[in-house]
Design a protein around this ligand. Sequence first.
Ligand SMILES: Nc1nc2c(c(=O)[nH]1)N[C@H]1C(S)=C(S)[C@@H](COP(=O)(O)OP(=O)(O)OC[C@H]3O[C@@H](n4cnc5c(=O)[nH]c(N)nc54)[C@H](O)[C@@H]3O)O[C@H]1N2
Ligand SMILES: Nc1nc2c(c(=O)[nH]1)N[C@H]1C(S)=C(S)[C@@H](COP(=O)(O)OP(=O)(O)OC[C@H]3O[C@@H](n4cnc5c(=O)[nH]c(N)nc54)[C@H](O)[C@@H]3O)O[C@H]1N2
Ligand code: SF4
Ligand SMILES: [Mo]
Length: 697
Amino acid sequence: MTSQSVYSEVMNVAEKLVPVVCPWCSVGCRFYAVSVNGYIRKVEFDYDHPTVNRGRLCPKGVAAYQFINSPDRLKKPLRRVGEKGEGKFEEISWEEAYRIIAEKIHEVKETYGPEALAFLGSEKITFEENYLVHKFSKAVGTNNLDFPGRYCQYSNSPARTKVFGSSAATNPFEDIAKAELVLIWGHNPAETAPVMFGQYLEKAVIDNDVEMIVIDPRSTRGHKYASLHLKPYPGTDLAIALAMLNVIIGEDLYDKEFVQERTAGFEELKEAVKNYTPEWAEKVAGVPAEDIRKIARLVASRRTAFLVNEGMNQHVNGFNLALAIADIVAITGNIGKEGVWSGIFPGAQCGFCAAMTGIAPNKLPTGKLVTDEAARAEVERLWGFPIPDWPGLDLTGMIREAGGRIRMMYIIGGNIAKSAPNSAWVREGLKKLDFLVVQDVFMTDTAKYADVVLPAAAWFEKTGTAISAERRVQRTYKAAEAPGEAKPDWLILVELAKELGLGEYFKYEHPDEILREINSVIPLFKGATPEYLAEHPEGCFFPCTEPGEGTKVLFRNGFKTSDGRAHLVAVDWMEPPETPDEEYPLWLTNFRLVGHWHTGTMTEESPSLQKRWPEEYVMINPADARRFNVRDGDLVKIETRRGEVITRAVVTDHIREGVIAMPWHWKVNFLTLEETHPVTKMAELKAVAARISRVEE
Ligand SMILES: Nc1nc2c(c(=O)[nH]1)N[C@H]1C(S)=C(S)[C@@H](COP(=O)(O)OP(=O)(O)OC[C@H]3O[C@@H](n4cnc5c(=O)[nH]c(N)nc54)[C@H](O)[C@@H]3O)O[C@H]1N2
Ligand SMILES: Nc1nc2c(c(=O)[nH]1)N[C@H]1C(S)=C(S)[C@@H](COP(=O)(O)OP(=O)(O)OC[C@H]3O[C@@H](n4cnc5c(=O)[nH]c(N)nc54)[C@H](O)[C@@H]3O)O[C@H]1N2
Ligand code: SF4
Ligand SMILES: [Mo]
């Protein structure tokens, strides 16, 4: 098969192999979708091009096409006829749907002003589509723009930006195998980035003798290789990081030359951490002081890959923790060279697509701030319409203001009724809106609160661009026809813009045209053209300012700060917003399963995954089980100050004493806390106070 026919979008060929990017996690695996008359029958290894996965796929990759063939896909636009949340709808035409939405947008703008409108972009739609969501929201006059990824990297990302001027991962996956030590902190890549784990991390441990250390209240599959495993109470990791800084500086272990030549603020940092001893941290976090010393000494003496993720990010004090870890990275000189790794790990295949198109309440697509007059003028010139100068609301802020400052929301590819903290509170917020549009591939819990639901074409049913955690920009191609009248998200926005009288700014007939506009608007992606990416399926590493491989290692010659130095931040201890007490004596945290994706909308519609990972449970340590009279397999009630969930107990020593943990794909967010950090707006998604009791059956 010639490459021409491989990329052809004509669907009248009996069977063809279409090169696609996996629709789930940010490892960026590629394979062929085997497409027969517009339906995908299976997936197959792409033996023709270089791939990051080198022939491997995880259980979700193998099942990647199943959900798109589900009979429950949304196929027609719908209008709500029942109560909000009830899920009763009638079918309407696209013309009518566009008319209703456009009228409502005009009405809300006239009555309350454009600041009463709010939009969400998505980690599940393409780079091109996120760019259009951003352009669309600004074209109707609002900066109230965010995405559910607010609850993802928004501790580590602002922290790294503050210290290094940029937050993306510093090195490609292959450098993990060249490290001497891997520190896995609040991350379970064996289940959440499985092929990266198998092809790079496991290989590093087995073939290259790389030492692995883990910090996680649970034991997981991937942790079996760890030489040391610290099990802190959730939300107390900051104490460990501060104590590590205390040891590294106190024992004079830091990289003096690097600190001298490439950082600023060392003296203030030294002063700030001098009282945070490992013995203090032991009391706060419940891990041995000697182990903290051991890790601090190892990190300071070895080329280290810092693999951190949600166990570290998803706390109100996660920003301080991320700052402390960035300080550790900087003063040990573990950055700006080969064989190290640190940075954000946006978990979804298109987390970066939203972040890098500026899907945020205060950003322009160029990454600059909406409050920066010159930067705003530059985008106004490129786009041809005025851009509001006020910073908008973050996602939790939008929910808080629903029915107040926010009257109408347009949610694209997000299921916040389950993914945002304190689900009962979120659903109350959704009810208070004057008007809600949800654009999804399934009738989600969030869509049930919508006034109009729009059926979107899914991944594999459209051509577009994805960006992996190692900054790799890759193209994925249309391999299947969308069901019924479902349309690609980009096309829905183009057509709705026309109805609103904004058609002149949205004249696109193919995603390639949108990508070309991105090439000219976002300097970091200038070289990621449709042509280059078609000829190089393995993609390029952004920044890719001209067609070519792009930038594999960041910060070799300086950081992206004003003076090129890493700006060390003097960090302080910050209490988690909620800690166990007599009424709620346990810590509750949560985690992901390899076979499920977030709120389960897609994986519950993937028969092979749903069968193997059928239901929710709670992990409880044998000592706690005795204390609270719970046996393995019992039905139990988990309560927090927000709500309760009934589930099954799994009694296991894979969780430390004092902590219980649930996979979050089902109902955990009825228990979590919507309180947010004042700057980052990260909520408390992983550490809350809870109690457990047996339910009689
Ligand atoms: N199968 C699957 N893969 C996914 C996803 C999915 O839904 N399913 N989602 C993708 C996305 S968007 C993301 S962001 C990534 C997330 O990837 P991960 O961060 O690996 O995901 P989690 O399992 O939520 O959290 C990681 C670990 O943090 C631990 N943890 C919980 N609380 C704490 C704490 O307070 N301190 C410490 N040190 N550890 C703690 C948990 O026990 C868990 O093992 O995964 C991506 N990959
Ligand atoms: N307690 C707790 N809460 C968490 C987390 C946690 O670890 N613990 N993790 C947080 C993290 S890291 C993240 S990233 C968020 C994720 O939060 P969400 O993004 O809200 O979660 P998803 O379930 O991935 O929702 C994506 C939606 O997009 C739809 N979709 C899929 N493809 C398409 C498409 O092509 N077009 C359109 N229009 N829709 C599509 C899916 O059906 C689904 O409803 O959740 C956060 N919430
Ligand atoms: S590791 Fe991630 S990208 Fe690779 S097959 Fe699994 S889910 Fe897909
Ligand atoms: Mo995420």
